[in-house]
Design a protein around this ligand. Structure first.
Ligand code: FCA
Length: 328
């Protein structure tokens, strides 16, 4: 190689090292999620792995259901040579601690789904985030419920709206507030909308308990429409309704995610679970990893706030829509 070219190459290498950029093949990232057993996160992981394959970097996936596991995972990926990680944190209030640890270990961070909350109680807007356009998802849920309700000849005075809630998270609170606003705007009586707060994590058993508490308080409601922050928190309510004799003829439930209700929609006999607002878990997983990759490789900073859109799936169209979205 001519001397001049060698010098240019050496200068280029020095510049790369100084700006912290690394060659594609050396990029290694972590992908940490709070609930690895939930299909939503499995889809995110699957598409994160696809980004790694397409772009040629390494990915380490770790389930981190609590704060201690997150901190251990950060140390482990650092020891393995990672330069950054994508995370859906088990607790948004861990944000400042996670960022301090990441800075100490010289790692870049992209958050997905659940946005970090700073010490001042506000979202940490300086940390790149990709997630659902939460209010819109909630509004679509409310609209789907009202549209289906209008096809039934139910006496409105005998219908209750049960909304399971999880207000600890901004994204889930915005979803259920969006749903309630939409129900009211489409004419559902405000006094017949009841919230069932889920304790601790959003899972089918915790949602079932929350729903049962509410159903015990309102034993005279004859028909229910049901919404909530995600599929599992609505599926739990559906199981509680079934336990009290409600069926697809007397209850309509719509979830959010669209990833965790496929078995339910595929059941031979319809249950009260009518449909879900499908989120783009695949796009989120892929894009979060891709953003982080280019940040590490080229120093290209990701956008701070990226939101994805939702789409209603029902028993009638879910196979077709999942195929169209590349999620089948
Ligand atoms: C939260 C929920 C998940 C999913 C995600 C987009 O993290 O826990 O089920 O809805 O937002």
């Amino acid at each position: 190689m001519p001397r001049i070219r060698k010098t240019v190459l050496a200068m280029l290498m020095a510049a790369l090292v100084m700006t912290g950029m690394v060659a594609a093949a050396d990029v290694k990232i972590g992908f940490l999620v709070k609930q690895p057993e939930e299909p939503w996160f499995q889809v995110e992981w699957k598409f994160g792995a696809k980004a790694a394959e397409d772009l040629g970097f390494d990915i380490i996936q770790i389930g981190t259901p609590d704060g201690e596991k997150v901190l251990n995972a950060i140390d482990n990926i650092t020891a393995a040579g990672a330069q950054g990680f994508v995370i859906c944190t088990p607790d948004v209030r861990l944000g400042p601690g996670i960022m301090a640890k990441a800075r100490a270990n010289n790692l870049k961070v992209v958050t997905v789904d659940d946005r970090f909350i700073g010490a001042d109680g506000n979202a940490m807007a300086e940390v790149p985030y990709i997630g659902m356009s939460a209010t819109n998802f909630g509004r679509q849920m409310g609209e789907a419920l009202m549209t289906e309700l209008k096809t039934r000849n139910w006496d409105m005075s005998q219908v209750g709206a049960m909304i399971t809630t999880f207000d600890e998270l901004d994204t889930t609170r915005e979803r259920t507030e969006g749903a309630i606003a939409q129900l009211k705007e489409m004419g559902f009586p405000e006094g017949q909308i009841y919230k069932a707060p889920i304790q601790q994590r959003m899972e089918i058993p915790t949602a079932l308990d929350a729903a049962n508490t509410l159903l015990t308080r309102y034993p005279d409601v004859k028909y229910w429409i049901v919404g909530g922050p995600n599929d599992n928190s609505v599926l739990g309510a559906v199981r509680a309704l079934e336990g009290r004799g409600f069926t697809a003829e007397t209850a309509i439930a719509v979830g959010i995610n669209g990833t965790d209700c496929i078995d339910e929609l595929a059941k031979a006999t319809p249950t009260p679970f009518f449909g879900s607002i499908l989120g783009l878990a695949g796009v989120e997983g892929y894009e979060a990893c891709k953003m982080l990759y280019y940040w590490i490789k080229d120093g290209k900073e990701p956008p701070l706030d990226t939101r994805t859109a939702g789409r209603l799936i029902t028993r009638a169209n879910f196979r077709q829509v999942l195929k169209e979205e590349g999620m089948d």
